[in-house]
Design a protein around this ligand. Sequence first.
Ligand SMILES: [Zn+2]
Length: 372
Amino acid sequence: MAKTKAKGRSARPAKAAGPYLGEVIVSHRFCAARFPKPPKLRDVGDGNRARLIRETAFKWMNGKTIKYWFYDKPARWTADESQENVVRKAFDMWKALGIGLDFAEVPSRQDADVRIAFDLADGSWSYVGTDLLDQPKDEQTMNFGWSLTADPQEGLDTALHEIGHTLGFPHEHQNPFAGIVWDEEAVYRSLAAPPNRWSRSTTFHNIIEKIVPDTVQGSSWDPNSVMHYPFEAGLILKPPKYRRGLSPKGGLSARDRSWVRKFYPPIKPGAARALGRFQSTPLRIAAGGQADFDFTADQTREYSFATFGVADTQLAVSGTVGGKTAVLAEDDDSGADRNAMLRIKLRKGEQVRVQVRMRYIGQPGEAALMVW
Ligand SMILES: [Zn+2]
């Protein structure tokens, strides 16, 4: 996403109060994110349950190290180190907020979750959250389609924005609470023109379409979010003050910071509790919360891990494989009439991390975890 400076880069003079009759020239190049299909929740009768499941959809398990890698070939997908450094800096800025996620650059594509290209023919975009894990392993999950150094603030904001998608955040200007009423045909026309040259479908899915209220950041609108595009005058009809254009301040807004910390709170070392065999361990976490446990196998055999109660949980067991931390098994029962359950073989003395992300709970405190 390209951002305007805080003031005065509107493509139109600021005097007009009514809709423009002429063409709106959009000078910015915009991110065309690749949004996942929302989870199918047809059989979930409880509206609150569906809402809570959607709210946590495509978010990472907190504590994960998201591994990223820059293409070294083909040449048209690579960029010089100064471009890569902007992206590295943006990862560092998200991490510096104190979140529980970690980021690590890895030297090979096989080890990477996030595969980053600089294909100038393809615009800037990213997949959203854990949806990127379902993409073919030889394809990029994030692309930068313009220089990140030509305008340093714009470039950094573009990198922060694409990483925001990778963390699971949608476009803030599509927040239904924004109450934005577009001059739709003006938006379609101006985005079809250079430099974006977007199809109506791309424009619809990245600007016009309102996203499901449950998937946005809270119930308010943040026009300064790094996930918000800047808009020239003549594209927004309402709220009236934005008829003259809208320019986010640039950088991570106060709500970007608080929201990412809410989903990925800091993890205190040693906070994981020990999980005993054949013991029902209560899960005293609200929807959206996560509990971490350590478990040590007392003999070499197959172990079962399961959650109990009227709850939707994402359950993961991570361990060490070849000297690296990796998810060994994962299950998510969200929206289904069953509970999450895993079976994995562990060696005597092997220690694993067991993580439960609560996505919905019927009665607070009425869920538990057990290993046997
Ligand atoms: Zn975007």
